[in-house]
Design a protein around this ligand. Structure first.
Ligand code: LMR
Length: 333
């Protein structure tokens, strides 16, 4: 997707100041990149790699400082910080941008995509382009889309196969009301909490269920405070790599080209890494004997889809049918 770019002659001679090791922070370009996950996750690894590449390609003239693990800003704070210019880069999940651009909730619609290729086709469609432009209108410049993977549901009561199994569960969700309605339609409660609070809230029993990818589940030890995991692949978790638009427009063409070049390279790498890590953590969960794993069968999935279908109608009514029409599942109709 996303690389709305400025085509600048690739052969442009780059002219970064020499001797930048001697330059102060004020004379170099410093990009503060904040995120909420651990360093050993797809986003954590990719942001570090991006910082290394940019530093290497500009000989240190552009420095990307990465702040992982909600160290600088948490969910609910970081996007505001980007718009205020307190940080320059973020990679929030698409669900978390919905407070600013609600149309991005389309990605949260349950069972909207069967695989990553379908998701990328959607992001490259006319609907995807409209979504991308809406980000720019709000002050975000989208540099890339990074993958994580499909979300699975966990809880500490019982296996989740049928809607009645959701009774009595209270899910932690990201800030998107499609996710809230999804669990309410299935018969559970749901509340938004920041990512750093998922483990403590589950451990203390304030909440008893959550949805996330294998890599996020294992990196935050969520499997240690949940007894059941259902492989549902019901929703997708991916990231918008955003830079503050005013900051971006203030960078020279040369610097923009290097950043985009590094981002393109890292985005390809991140995609592989995300798939590899989620596979590895799934295998780990299968072998660790620390959580019971259940598979959602095809017939059970049809029941979930029937229960969740009203979300598509309410989304269309609220934001327009064009976003729904471009979803791969409606393309052959
Ligand atoms: C979550 O809050 O569950 C995820 O968005 C965390 C992340 O950034 O992967």
């Amino acid at each position: 997707m996303i690389i709305v770019l400025v085509f600048i002659a690739a052969c442009q001679v780059q002219s970064f100041p020499e001797d930048h090791e001697q330059l102060s922070e004020d004379e170099r370009i410093v990009i503060r990149f904040s995120h909420v996950v651990g360093e050993d996750t797809p986003k954590g690894l990719a942001s570090r790699k991006f910082a290394e590449l940019v530093e290497e390609k500009t000989d240190g003239y552009v420095e990307v400082q990465v702040f992982p693990n909600s160290f600088l800003y948490k969910d609910g704070e970081e996007i505001e910080a980007l718009l205020e210019g307190d940080v320059q880069m973020l990679a929030p999940s698409t669900s978390k941008i919905t407070e600013w651009v609600p149309e991005w909730k389309v990605i949260d619609l349950p069972f909207a995509f069967r695989n990553e290729e379908e998701l990328h086709d959607y992001l490259n469609s006319s609907a995807g382009k409209i979504l991308e432009n809406k980000l720019v209108q709000k002050g975000f410049y989208p540099l890339a889309f990074w993958e994580n993977g499909f979300k699975q549901v966990t809880n500490n009561k019982n296996p989740l196969h049928y809607p009645e199994d959701f009774e009595g569960l209270n899910f932690r969700i990201m800030s998107s009301d499609v996710l809230k309605e999804q669990f309410e339609l299935l018969g559970a409660d749901a509340q938004t909490d920041s990512f750093d609070q998922v483990f403590p809230l589950l451990e203390q029993g304030v909440l008893n269920a959550q949805e996330n990818t294998y890599s996020n589940i294992v990196s935050k030890n969520i499997h240690k405070v949940q007894s059941h995991l259902t492989v549902s692949n019901h929703g997708y978790l991916g990231y918008l790599v955003l830079i503050n638009n005013d900051f971006w427009q203030g960078l020279s063409d040369e610097v923009q080209v290097v950043i985009l070049d590094a981002m393109e390279e890292v985005t390809e790498w991140e995609k592989e890494k995300a798939r590899e890590l989620n596979k590895k953590e799934y295998e780990y969960l299968q072998e660790c004997r620390c959580i019971e794993i259940h598979e959602l069968s095809d017939s059970e999935k049809i029941i979930w889809e029937d229960v969740l279908n009203p979300l598509y109608d309410s989304f269309s009514e609220m934001y327009g049918k064009q976003y729904i029409d471009y979803l791969p599942k409606f393309q052959n109709e």
